[in-house]
Design a protein around this ligand. Structure first.
Ligand SMILES: *Cc1c(COP(=O)(O)O)cnc(C)c1O
Length: 397
């Protein structure tokens, strides 16, 4: 324990290498082993009756591997506590369930990750929770939608899925605080390396660890970190629901944490390179990336994320949807697939019609790109080839 405290005081890149590791649990090996286990053996009946002296009691409750990943994420998030779950989507729904009471109102941004909307319109509605969707750029205007006395849940995503509007987080937090609302943010895009929601004032920080934590498109995992006042509700709901991440996935996520900082820096640099280049292309109407100086979210991104950004953004095609289909079908290096944050680049033709209700999308087709670790010259050539195939104009260079 004293050793962990020491690591937490070191520089970030050193922390990522050393957090969660200790010799005793790994018998001297560098990495924490995978503990596959339901049953933990007790030395006698007395210790079953009073387990206070037991480090672990059951596989769902804890293991050295669970503890290693949990404590690593918790240190990065600077939170009161962190739990692990089997997917990013579960990391979204768990904190919602943890604080929900009948008659409450959930405020959800209109550009939210679509399955979050499906949960709110489905199970959450059935439990008697009202959902109100808000324009992601509402800012301080959120005040009018908040119910007083901790009867609201303010949910946000920064930037929002597919269209990457950057919400005014300080304004949202201030209004939520005045109404004593619960606050939660899906922080998957920024990761705790660019933004730490709990010290900033959020009750819950949500991570789809499937994306940058694991980083190799080979694991589904999520984490939720909580503030001091929210931790009890989170840990108790996690326990009541019987949640835990799978052992293999925890191992992969912990392994991914070791290289998170170097991967993220490369994803960031390559995505910015691609975004700037796309701005010069005649087949592009506009680029949706809050790290671009022309983007409406630029100033907020600068101040909240220390000028950093990650590898997922989109562009609006100056063409029709059929041309977008043809362009994407031609791509060789960009895979067509959901999820993002892996080492390989992906493209998705966003479907925005059915997922927005208060801020309808009226611009052209939106192509979302997850920029991987390939050489960007090859990625540009791939997009140029796709655009040409679709009969769209291109520019060299
Ligand atoms: C992918 C994603 C999730 C869900 O993660 P899964 O592990 O795929 O369930 C949640 N939020 C955001 C913003 C995402 O992009």
């Amino acid at each position: 324990m004293s050793k962990k405290t020491e690591v937490a005081n070191r520089q970030l890149d050193t922390q990522l290498v050393h957090l969660g590791r200790n010799r005793e649990d790994s018998a001297g090996f560098v990495n924490v082993p995978v503990n596959r286990g339901s049953t933990v053996l007790f030395p006698d009946v007395q210790s079953m009756e009073d387990p206070s002296s037991m480090r672990y009691t059951y596989g769902l409750q804890g293991s050295p591997l669970i503890e290693a990943l949990q404590s690593t994420i918790n240190t990065l998030e600077e939170a009161a506590g962190t739990v692990l779950v089997p997917s990013g989507l579960m990391a979204v729904t768990l904190p919602l369930l943890a604080v929900a009471q009948p008659g409450m109102r959930a405020l959800i941004p209109d550009n939210v990750y679509w399955p979050t909307r499906r949960f709110c319109d489905g199970l959450f509605a059935r439990l008697g929770i009202e959902t109100v969707y808000y324009d992601p750029l509402i800012g301080a205007g959120i005040e009018a939608l908040l119910l007083p006395d901790r009867k609201s849940i303010l949910f946000t995503e920064a930037p929002g899925s597919n269209t990457f509007e950057m919400p005014d987080l300080p304004a949202l937090l201030a209004a939520a605080k005045a109404a004593d609302a619960w606050t939660m943010i899906d922080n998957t895009w920024a990761t705790p390396l660019l933004y730490k929601p709990v010290p900033a004032g959020f009750d819950f920080s949500i991570q789809a660890g499937t994306k940058y934590f694991a980083g190799h498109s080979d694991a589904l995992i999520g984490s939720v970190s909580a503030s001091e006042r929210a931790w009890k509700a989170l840990s108790s709901t996690h326990q009541q629901l019987g949640l835990q991440a799978g052992t293999e996935e925890m191992f992969l996520a912990l392994r991914g944490m070791r290289t998170l900082s170097v991967r993220l820096a490369r994803h960031e640099a390559s995505a910015l390179d691609m975004a700037h280049w796309l701005c010069t292309q005649p087949f592009v109407k506009r680029v949706l990336h809050p790290g671009l100086p022309d983007d409406p979210g630029y100033a907020l991104t600068q101040s909240l994320f220390g000028g950093r950004s990650s590898g997922l953004f989109a562009f609006v095609l100056d063409g029709n949807r059929e041309q977008a289909r043809e362009m994407l079908n031609t791509l060789e290096l960009f895979g067509l697939g959901y999820s993002w944050g892996g080492y390989e680049s992906l493209a998705v033709l966003a479907q925005l019609d059915h997922c927005r209700t208060v801020s309808r999308w009226s611009d052209g087709p939106v192509v979302r790109l997850s920029i991987g670790l390939e050489d960007t010259a090859d990625l540009k050539a791939d997009l140029l080839k796709g655009a040409a195939q679709a009969g769209l104009p291109t520019a060299d260079g």
